[in-house]
Design a protein around this ligand. Structure first.
Ligand SMILES: NC(=O)c1ccc[n+]([C@@H]2O[C@H](COP(=O)([O-])OP(=O)(O)OC[C@H]3O[C@@H](n4cnc5c(N)ncnc54)[C@H](O)[C@@H]3O)[C@@H](O)[C@H]2O)c1
Ligand SMILES: O=C(O)C(=O)C[C@@H](O)[C@H](O)[C@H](O)COP(=O)(O)O
Ligand SMILES: [Zn+2]
Length: 362
């Protein structure tokens, strides 16, 4: 089974990728020193398809499970849902010997992970990601948290999972839009670290939910390698994972949460970052064209809706964590597979890049 080891000192874990793995999740988390009681956290849509299989497998392996279902969608990454989950867990009698299983997309993973980081000052958690975004990106690396109305992910904690179980078959139940949005993060990983994978992605069928296991495994391994190098985003390496996210997060927060899916906002953010990379890092236009063609192939948006003003995006992105005492740390590409953090990008550059998004993407 394709496995990536994440050897963080004192917090090491494995990422297992295998079609059908969900029905064995219980046995696959034995031997990790977890005690018997667990809280299975999921959302309404995921619960309808995958909660029973997960629950049954956990119980068959001897775990005692309480189930907690949140509303689907980005609006659930909130204080209200966080509080509700903590109180439900307390009411169910969970204590520091319990653990959490996060079954769902990035919303469930980020929120349940933050509950795990906080409940009884921190309990272990397992990630079982069910979207592409979550399988290649959010389930790995330990960034957990919730949004504020001022911006994305502004409250949270680093808390690594103790195991990540990726079942590509769970992608079969994703609606088309939610399936395709995930490719923004897949393309991001290839753009910043693996030029050859950009070529490979041109052959992936954007309508087939059977994404090659090997592609998922290699794409999430890119994320893992960066996390291993710079777990808490202190040296700048992990910041590369924010390619497309400065303007992308600004756009995502400029509309009510959930209206634009994360990957859709990141697609727009990548287009803006490519424009700035050509202007400030001599990125060859043909590389931009290749990446834009991939985003288009997965029907990701490249044009900013009229209703979203540049001023609102600027206001939201100015709250981003990448603004360091007024300086912007912006990720640019110099070549396919080669990204770096620049401190040369000014607010005027950002405004110009947002305006570029108003024109057609091709
Ligand atoms: N922590 C990180 O490193 C990290 C990385 C990337 C993204 N994120 C966060 O992840 C979130 C986006 O995640 P997402 O795109 O997975 O969104 P999501 O979790 O909201 O899932 C998208 C939709 O798909 C549904 N869904 C999920 N799995 C399903 C399945 N298998 N079958 C049917 N429906 C299913 C969900 O109910 C939801 O309606 C954002 O909040 C983003 O900030 C975090
Ligand atoms: O794991 C990371 O680091 C990332 O930047 C991955 C991003 O895809 C993800 O959206 C992350 O949540 C953004 O992190 P933030 O620190 O900018 O909120
Ligand atoms: Zn992201």
């Amino acid at each position: 089974m394709p496995t990536t080891h994440v050897p963080l000192p004192g917090r090491e874990y494995d990422i297992l990728v295998e079609p059908g793995i969900l029905s064995s999740c219980g046995t696959l988390i034995q031997g990790l020193g977890l005690r018997s009681r667990c809280a299975l956290i999921t959302d309404e849509k995921v619960a309808a398809f995958h909660a029973d299989t997960t629950h049954d497998s956990l119980e068959s392996a001897g775990f005692q499970v309480s189930r907690h279902v949140i509303p689907s969608g980005e609006a659930s990454k909130s204080f209200a849902c966080f509080a509700q989950l903590c109180e439900e867990m307390a009411a169910a009698g969970h204590d520091r010997a319990s653990f959490i299983v996060a079954l769902g997309g990035g919303v469930v993973g980020d929120l349940a992970g933050f509950v795990a980081a906080s409940y009884f000052r921190g309990i272990p958690f397992i990630q079982i990601p069910t979207t592409i975004v979550a399988q290649v990106d959010s389930s790995v690396g330990g960034k957990t948290g919730i949004n504020l109305k001022q911006g994305k992910n502004l409250v949270g904690a680093f808390h690594q999972p103790v195991r990540v179980l990726i079942d590509p078959h769970t992608l079969r139940t994703l609606p088309g839009r939610e399936f395709r949005e995930g490719f923004a993060e897949v393309i991001k990983h290839a753009a910043i670290r693996d030029a050859a994978m950009l070529d490979e992605l041109a052959d992936i069928d954007p309508h087939s939910p059977d994404v090659p296991t090997d592609l998922i495994a290699r794409n999430v391994a890119i994320k893992a390698a960066i996390v291993i190098e710079d777990e808490k985003e202190t040296t700048g390496t992990r910041a590369l994972l924010n390619f497309g996210h400065t303007i992308g997060h600004g756009i995502e927060a400029a509309v009510p949460y959930g209206e634009m899916l994360h990957g859709e906002a990141i697609s727009l953010g990548i287009r803006a970052a490519l424009f700035l990379s050509e202007k400030h890092a001599q990125l060859a236009p043909q590389v931009s064209r290749k990446i834009l063609a991939l985003l288009e192939r997965f029907q990701l948006p490249l044009t900013l809706p009229e209703s979203i003003s540049t001023a609102t995006v600027m206001e939201k992105l100015s709250k981003d964590k990448k603004f360091d005492t007024g300086r912007i740390r912006f990720v640019l590409l110099r070549r396919a597979g080669d990204a770096f953090v620049s401190d040369q990008i000014t607010p005027t550059d950002l405004e110009e890049a947002i305006e570029v998004l108003r024109g057609s993407g091709s």
